[in-house]
Design a protein around this ligand. Structure first.
Ligand SMILES: [Mn+2]
Length: 241
């Protein structure tokens, strides 16, 4: 373990109120400084297969790696997962199987995040507004990027669920990456769209402000359930102490 900051976290995943199967998968490896959310697509026994495969691939990484080795190992695990899911989709011949991923890593005063799809990483820094650090790979993200609408407005768009990138989809997997410094008091949120379709920036900001780490993930989950719980919901909150 090479992290120089203390970390606390809470995490939860829930099938929601409308779906039969939870196609999301979450992973917390505090000893390795890795947290992950994956949102599978393709329906029963496809989406859950894909997201579980991704979480399992990262879960089996060894402890004791350097930050650079960890970063490389997570990248490798996601690329391997991409190939395995593609091969499985070919065998099943039932259309697209894939999953989003946000893999959040902390080491030596920094965070690093790889992602693909519309699962998100936010940062809540004391005294500042909540900040979305990832950019969705989705149809509506292009509208937001070009200034036609806000992220909150994009949730209401008919194409809000259409993603343009996922592990297991397409010839090659391109992961976006963001890294930065971590400061004591920083609170990170990693979540699937089952939360964010019911939680605007304002709602997230209010729910995360001054809420103890032990209950914050459940509090966010409850917001999505109260909103209708139309999708699977996954929430991980990581506090830097
Ligand atoms: Mn979802």
């Amino acid at each position: 373990m090479t992290a120089t900051h203390h970390i606390r976290y809470s995490a939860t995943t829930h099938v929601g109120l409308k779906r039969q199967v939870n196609e999301d998968a979450i992973l917390a490896l505090p000893e390795l400084g890795i947290w992950l959310v994956s949102d599978g697509m393709g329906g029963h026994e496809a989406g859950d297969y894909a997201s579980r495969l991704i979480a399992d691939a990262v879960a089996t990484l060894p402890e004791g790696m350097s930050p650079i080795q960890t970063r490389q190992a997570v990248d490798d695990a996601l690329q391997t997962s991409h190939g395995l899911i593609r091969a499985e989709a070919g065998r099943r011949d039932k259309g697209t199987i894939g999953a989003t991923v946000v893999s959040f890593m902390v080491a030596e005063g920094h965070f690093l995040c790889f992602w693909a799809g519309d699962s998100r990483l936010y940062r809540f820094r004391h005294g500042e507004s909540i900040e979305m650090l990832t950019t969705d790979h989705s149809v509506v993200a292009a509208f937001v990027e070009s200034g036609q609408m806000s992220w909150d407005e994009a949730e209401l768009h008919p194409q809000s669920n259409a993603i343009t990138r996922a592990v297991g989809v397409g010839e090659t997997l391109e992961l976006d990456m963001i890294r930065g410094e971590i400061l004591p008091g920083d609170r990170f949120l990693i979540c699937s769209d089952g939360l964010t379709k019911y939680a605007t920036f304002d709602i997230l900001q209010r729910a995360m402000n001054h809420t103890p780490i032990e209950i914050v993930a459940d509090k966010l989950l409850q917001i999505a359930l109260d909103g209708g719980g139309g999708d699977n919901i996954s929430v991980i909150v990581v506090d830097v102490i």
